[in-house]
Design a protein around this ligand. Structure first.
Ligand SMILES: [Zn+2]
Ligand SMILES: [Zn+2]
Length: 129
């Protein structure tokens, strides 16, 4: 699969038994549909966080195309202690995170006493996850 931002082939990485696609050029991350929920398992905030996903039709960021179906993806604004703008396939293929956004979302998940997933993402992607 090629990166939806820079069209470079992505590498497959395993995060907690979840396969994610990662671009080594722009450090973006692709998660197939449902994988974010799996990563957020154990978060007390998971449902609140998923409900905080709001379609942002007025977002100024340029739209990118889904790496699976090539449809233009929707901008999704996730608000918490900070705001993160991610991209979501309209056909529900998955989610795209620019560099740093996956870590930003997972940190919003607030894992009480268990920072394993956050540490894992930091380990795998560094500060760029
Ligand atoms: Zn890229
Ligand atoms: Zn798609």
């Amino acid at each position: 699969m090629n990166c939806p931002v820079c069209s470079e082939p992505m590498v497959v990485l395993e995060l907690d038994q979840i396969e994610v696609d990662h671009c080594l050029n722009c450090y973006g991350v692709w998660l197939d549909s449902g994988e974010l929920e799996l990563l957020l398992e154990g978060s007390e905030n998971r449902e609140r966080l998923m409900e905080a996903f709001k379609n942002d039709r007025g977002a100024a960021e340029e739209k990118i195309r889904c790496p699976i179906c090539s449809k233009k993806m929707n901008k999704i604004l996730v608000s918490g202690t900070r705001r993160v703008l991610i991209d979501s396939c309209p056909a529900n293929d998955g989610l795209w995170f620019d560099s740093g956004e996956l870590l930003g979302i997972v940190e919003l998940g607030d894992f009480p006493g268990d920072r394993r997933v956050i540490d894992l993402i930091r380990d795998v992607f560094g500060k760029k996850g």
